[in-house]
Design a protein around this ligand. Structure first.
Ligand SMILES: [Zn+2]
Ligand SMILES: [Zn+2]
Length: 415
């Protein structure tokens, strides 16, 4: 279908009442974050709002919520917003800052903060649903809103797909999503092709043989063995990845032993891999397995145990759909406000929602900071910082306009 780059923006003009309600909604969500896959109150809140708007709404994948807005014949379009907070002690000083706590899987009580800005995503998604509901005569088709839990742990998209998301909801022809970040509020950044890195995290347990520190001949030292692995793993990017391709391999933890005169029975470390290309990912993960196994063999140690912690899929922006969207966004936000950008090394499980049904998807970033903050002497707090505090406006209004532009450019417009 042809793309209407002169979308009727009257449809998403926010009245003062809309704006006040949206800000109230945002402050409420910001003050009440929940940890990944524990978003029960957030989910109940979203479900209630969607029901109130008259959408067909239901829970999916534990704490995920789906809202189906049917409005006659026309394309089916998907829109995803993630809902989870992070174990961070908020230090923004905002009067709506979170003071809530949650529990990690091991029972530890931790402070919780919407430190990645997913509260802006939920606010934008609900506001877009409201505007589409109030302006049914301006468009035709179906919009499927996916409020996804557990993005931070890479669990939520998979949980929703495995719970039959696309059996229960009509299958969209494209899925859109967006993320707030420390860019200029009022602008969006978008990549053509790969948008974000794939990320794989593993825990490796290296087994040796325990002995007295004075009797190394009786041992297989897992610390020395693990250290060789760590050093050798550094050669994967340096010596095995094509110079024009990129990959990051980071070993973020290494633990072994309890006392200086005991050679321990085991040691463990965790590795985090970021890649942009599927073939590079396969190569790096294959090299990791080979090195871990071969170094153990070189030390006469048993085969180490490799456990996957998380795996984030590809986040790939369909180039043609991205170009269409950029044209439409340029018409609404202004050409200068739409910035084509290289992919980022961060990761997302958004791509899985589209990959699961073989449809295209487009994902972009919307700025959360005014020029004055970006130009200031202090470094701008990034996502996951205890100081991350997007300006409410024009951040939220831009997010809503971007979401509405994407959706209205794909459903049938009757204007
Ligand atoms: Zn995050
Ligand atoms: Zn995030």
């Amino acid at each position: 279908m042809t793309i209407d780059t002169t979308i009727d923006t009257d449809v998403f003009e926010l009245s003062d009442a809309h704006t006040t309600a949206m800000h109230e909604l945002y402050r409420h969500l910001h003050a009440h974050p929940e940890l990944s896959m524990q978003e029960t109150h957030t989910a109940a809140f979203i479900l209630e709002k969607l029901n109130h708007l008259g959408l067909e709404a239901f829970m999916c994948g534990g704490t995920g919520v789906v809202g189906i807005l049917r409005n006659g014949d026309g394309p089916v379009v998907g829109y995803r917003a993630d809902t989870d907070g992070l174990p961070i002690a908020e230090d923004t000083g905002l009067d709506y800052a979170s003071t809530t706590t949650g529990h990690l899987a091991d029972g530890t009580e931790v402070p919780v903060m919407h430190g990645c800005g997913h509260d802006t995503h939920v606010t934008v998604g609900l506001t877009a649903a409201q505007l589409l509901t109030e302006n049914r005569d301006a468009w035709s088709g179906t919009v499927v809103f996916v409020f996804q839990p557990g993005e931070e742990t890479g669990e939520g998209a998979e949980a929703m797909v495995e719970d039959g998301l696309w059996d229960k909801a009509p299958m969209p022809s494209i899925i859109y999503g967006q993320h707030v970040w420390p860019g200029l509020a009022g602008t969006v950044n978008i990549s053509k092709g790969t948008a974000m890195a794939m990320a794989d995290s593993w825990k490796i347990t290296v087994h040796g043989r325990q002995a007295h520190g004075s009797q190394p001949d009786q041992s297989i030292d897992p610390i020395v063995l693990g250290a060789h692995m760590v050093v050798r793993i550094q050669t994967i990017v340096a010596r095995e990845v094509h110079p024009m391709k990129s990959a990051v391999v980071t070993i973020g933890t290494f633990h072994g032993g309890l006392k200086e005169n005991i050679i321990p029975a085991s040691a463990e470390f965790t590795v985090n891999v970021r890649t942009f290309d599927v073939d590079v990912r396969e190569r790096v993960l294959g090299s990791l397995r080979r090195i871990i196994s071969a170094e153990a063999a070189a030390s006469g140690a048993p085969e180490p145990v490799i456990e996957e912690i998380t795996s984030f899929p590809q986040c790939y922006n369909d180039p043609a759909s991205t170009e269409d969207l950029m044209a439409a966004l340029g018409g609404v936000l202004g050409e200068d406000a739409v910035i084509e950008s290289p992919p980022v090394m961060g990761s997302e499980d958004f791509g899985l929602l589209a990959e699961a049904i073989g449809v295209p998807s487009v994902y972009w970033f919307f700025g959360g900071h005014p020029q004055g903050v970006l130009d200031g002497d202090d470094p701008v707090p990034s996502n996951h910082s205890p100081f991350f505090a997007p300006a409410i406006e024009p951040t939220l209004t831009t997010g809503v306009r971007a979401a509405m532009t994407a959706l209205l450019s794909k459903v049938g417009t009757t204007a």
